[in-house]
Design a protein around this ligand. Sequence first.
Ligand code: GDP
Ligand code: IMO
Ligand code: MG
Length: 436
Amino acid sequence: MPGYAIVGMQWGDEGKGKIVDYLTKDADLVVRHQGGNNAGHTIVVGGVQTILHIIPSGVLHPDAVCVVGNGTVIDPQVLCKELDALDAAGCNYADRLKISSSAHIILPYHKALDGLYEQFRGKDLIGTTGRGIGPAYADKANRIGIRFGDLMDSDRFAAKLDRTLQYHNLVLVEAFGNEPIRFASIFDEYCGYAERLRPFMTDTTALVQEALRNDKRVVFEGAQGAMLDLDHGTFPYVTSSTTLSCGACSGAGVGPADLHAVIGIVKAYTTRVGEGPFPTELHDEQGDGLRKAGHEFGATTGRPRRCGWLDCVQLRRAARINGTTALVLTKPDVLSGQETLRICTGYMIDNKVTQEFPPQLEVLEQVTPVYEELSGWKEDISACRDWDELPENARRYFERIAELLDVPIAIVSVGPGREQTIVHASPFEPTSGCLA
Ligand code: GDP
Ligand code: IMO
Ligand code: MG
C-alpha cells in the first residue's frame, strides 16, 4: 500500500494532530518528516487531551509504528519530556518509536540565537516559537549541524560540539555581547539524553521503504502549514522547513510516486500565530469571538492566535502547491450561530480583482479581500456523525469550499474528540469525495 501525506493548508494549527490520530486506525506507520517542537498537535481521546510536539500523532494507537524522520529537527530535552508524559499516561511506545540517525538536533545555542535574531530584527520580528528551529536548520544548510547519530557517539559528539560552539560563540560574544556557552554546560546533560534515546535510533528511510514494499499503509504527518513553507509561504514570515507534501519525500526518503493521496487539512476559518500578512484577519469583536469560541491559543507557546474569515485565494494556492487530492474540514462547529459567513474569493489589487495569490509579500500586504456571503446555521453540529445530519447551510458552506478549491471533501471534523468525525468519502482514494 502506498503513502499518504497529511498537510496543513493554512498557517498551521488546522487540526492535523486530531486527523492523523483518527486516520491512524487505518495505518501501520505514521511518519513526522519536518519541523520540530515548534509544532503542537492536539489529540483528544475519551475526553483526555494529549499535546505532541515531535512524536507522531499516531502514538496513542498501540500498534502504530511511529517514525521521526531525517527531515526533522529534534530537541532531545523536549523529546525526553514528551516521553515522560507518555510514560505517565501509560502509553507504551518502547518497540515502535523509531528515530532517524540523520535528523539534526537542537542544542541550547540554537534557542539562544533564535531569541537574539528576533531581537535583532526589532519591529520586523517574525514571532517565532523561540524553540531554536531556524538556527538548527541553518546549521544543517551550513553543514555544521549535529545529527542524532552523532549524539550517540560521545567522541564524535564531543568533537562536533566543540567546533560548532566555537563558531556560535563568536556570534554570541562578538555580535551580541553575550556570555559564551560552555562545552561543559551541554555535554554531560546531552550524553544523558543519548543514553535514554539510543534504543530508538535507526535507519528510518530503510524502515519506511520496507513498509511500503510490504504493502503497509504509511501516513506522513506534516507540521505547520502551506503558508509557513520556507519557499512558498509568506517569506520571511515562515518557518525554516518544507511544510508541503513534497517535504515528505526528502524528509522521510521516499519518492513522489509513493504518495498516493495528499490530504489537506483546512480549518473552516483562518488563524495565524506570529507576525506576517493575513488578508482576511478580523481585528474586531468577530475575530475575538472566533478566538474565544475556537479556543484559539497556541498549543506550543500559548499565544493568542490571530483569527479571520476563510481565504479561498490562499487555499487554492495551497491546494496546487501540495497537489491536494482530498480535503478535511475542521472546526466548523465553531461557526455555529454566525448569521452570515464570509469566504474570500478574490483579492483586489490596484482596483483589479485577482484570484491568484501574489507571491510577493509587498503585494500581499496591500490586497483587499473580496468576499462572498453565505447564510450561516444556528444548530450545534458537534454531535453530528453523518453528512446528512448536518444543517443544509453547513453543507452548502462546505460544498462551496470544495468547488472553489476544486478538491473534494473527504472528512468533516465537528469537535476535538476522536469520535467527532464525519467521514463523507475515503480520504485515501484521490477521486472520491464530494465536489459540490
Ligand atoms: P495542529 O497543529 O494542526 O495539530 O492543530 P492544534 O492542535 O495546534 O490546534 C487545533 C485545536 O483545535 C486543538 O485544540 C484541537 O483539539 C482542536 N480541534 C481539532 N479539530 C477540531 C474540531 O473539529 N472542532 C473543534 N471545536 N476543535 C477542534
Ligand atoms: P503546527 O504543526 C502555527 C509559526 C510561528 C512563527 C513562524 C516561525 O502546530 O501547526 P519557527 O519557530 O518555526 O521559526 O516560527 O511559524 N509556527 C507555527 N504556527 N502552528 C505551528 O505548528 C507552527 N510552527 C511554527 O508562530 O510565526
Ligand atoms: Mg498546532
